[in-house]
Design a protein around this ligand. Structure first.
Ligand SMILES: Cc1cc2nc3c(=O)[nH]c(=O)nc-3n(C[C@H](O)[C@H](O)[C@H](O)COP(=O)(O)OP(=O)(O)OC[C@H]3O[C@@H](n4cnc5c(N)ncnc54)[C@H](O)[C@@H]3O)c2cc1C
Length: 403
């Protein structure tokens, strides 16, 4: 049977390795971390991502991991409430966005994959080289606990995230469209009665707060790229106090009370990019390795899961044999990119817009935000904007698992 190596056990790599191995294809999944909680992991699943997991047959897993549905959304401008709304479950196909523990989700997926005799998982191993012979990728060298090993395969899949080593080894260069922001990310205890998610806009700031899967309040504060230096000097307490200046009075009081108990604070460099070609002979990139998603509207995990479905649909028929035909395989790799590119491009283009307005310090920034705020207050105008924004919860294209 064909041999596949998947590098990176994030949502894209773990789910694709699960789908391939359960279809009888010998799959080795390689992950550099021993423990999934050692890496930053986005945690809001949109209905499109939940649907992808359900199509993979992972309903029970999803029901068993720590999760919190985001049932309301409230938007504030300069600390004042613009609107607060319960998300209509019916409009979301009875599937509200969910904040989930991604480490628990990934452990669950690799645990289920492990039931297949065709699945091998190498934790704590990194790629030191991609083996290329006669212009074709045919394996990798990996390093684990100071020992080196060569693994050969018919196909190497790079699902190793935004700093993909596979992408670098194959010289598949990304085109950058980085949003002009970074994110200060931390958790504080959740205030009593806080529900769903809130977005605080105004004065060139954006702060997102949501009640997350472990019961705490996750804060993501978008700041203009390059302005973190000023903040860092004062330490975590100063960040949290500075955040408090941009939110409503109830949350500001809470943040000031808990400024010394912020958990796991760190700065995330925000990137949005896309490689111009997702494959080379014998190798494929998926997920953030092919197209790093910005955090706007919580898209990356969902897109990564949908990449895995399309890749499995195209790869299983070609790899269900002892020696796949190289030309047929490379055509399948090109077809995966062709099928996924319209959705990825459309979502990245939409994600690029809000930071330009929300964070702008240009003279026109505040007047434009004030006008947008007045428009957002009108329920009729909000519902007219909804169809355009529905790609965020539901995706752009139809993605159906058929293997
Ligand atoms: C601030 C922020 C918030 C976000 N929030 C959300 C959100 O709420 N919802 C959402 O959908 N998306 C969110 N995202 C985006 C999301 O995290 C990513 O798009 C998504 O994780 C991509 O999945 P992936 O499987 O392609 O890559 P990753 O999740 O990055 O997984 C890659 C895996 O590869 C491993 N790896 C890396 N290099 C190697 C190597 N050389 N050898 C072996 N293993 C390797 C890594 O350890 C990792 O496990 C957010 C992003 C940011 C920056």
């Amino acid at each position: 049977m064909s041999q596949v190596i998947v590098v990176g056990a994030g949502p894209a790599g773990a789910s694709l390795a699960y789908l391939l191995s359960r279809s009888g294809i010998n799959t080795t999944l390689i992950e550099r971390r021993q423990d999934f909680s050692r890496e930053f992991r986005g945690e809001v699943l949109m209905p499109s991502g939940i649907d992808a997991l359900q199509q993979m047959g992972l309903n029970s897993l999803l029901d068993s991991i720590p999760a919190n549905p985001l049932s309301t959304v409230a938007v504030y401008m300069n600390g004042r409430l613009l609107f607060s709304e319960a998300l209509p479950a019916a409009a979301f196909n009875n599937q509200l966005p969910l904040a989930v523990s991604q480490p628990a989700l990934l452990e669950g997926i690799v645990g289920l994959a492990d039931a297949s005799p065709h699945f091998t998982f190498r934790r704590g191993a990194t790629i030191s080289k991609v083996i290329v012979e006669a212009g074709r990728v045919c394996g990798v060298n990996l390093r684990r606990e100071a020992s080196d090993e060569s693994l050969r395969a018919d196909l190497v899949i790079g699902a190793d995230g935004r700093n993909s080593a596979i992408r670098r080894h194959l010289n598949l260069e990304p085109q950058h469209a980085s949003p002009p922001m970074d994110i200060v990310w931390c958790k504080v205890p959740c205030p009593e009665g806080f529900q769903g998610a809130r977005a605080y806009l105004g004065r060139g700031h954006l702060l997102i707060a949501y009640h997350t899967w472990d019961g705490s309040l996750q804060l993501g504060w978008a700041i203009l790229k390059g302005t973190f230096g000023e903040l860092r000097e004062g330490g975590i307490e100063r960040w949290v106090n500075e955040m408090a200046n941009h939110v409503s009075e109830d949350l500001a009081t809470h943040l000031r009370q808990h400024s010394n108990s912020a958990a796991r604070p760190f700065l995330l460099d925000t990137v949005s990019d896309r490689v111009t070609r997702w494959s080379a002979p014998g190798a494929l990139l998926i997920g953030d390795a092919a197209h790093t998603m910005s955090p706007v509207a919580a898209q990356g995990v969902n897109i990564a899961l949908r990449d895995a479905i399309v890749a499995a649909n195209r790869l299983v028929p070609v790899l269900s044999c002892d020696a796949p035909d190289p030309v047929t395989l490379d055509n399948a790799l090109a077809a995966i990119e062709a099928e996924r590119l319209p959705e990825v491009t459309a979502i990245q283009n939409l994600q690029d817009q809000p930071p330009k307005v929300v964070l702008s310090r240009a003279w026109w920034g505040e007047p434009v935000r004030q006008i947008a705020g007045q428009l957002l207050k009108q329920p009729a105008l909000r519902s007219r904007a909804l169809p355009k924004l529905s790609v965020f919860p539901f995706g752009v294209t139809q993605v159906h698992l058929n293997v």
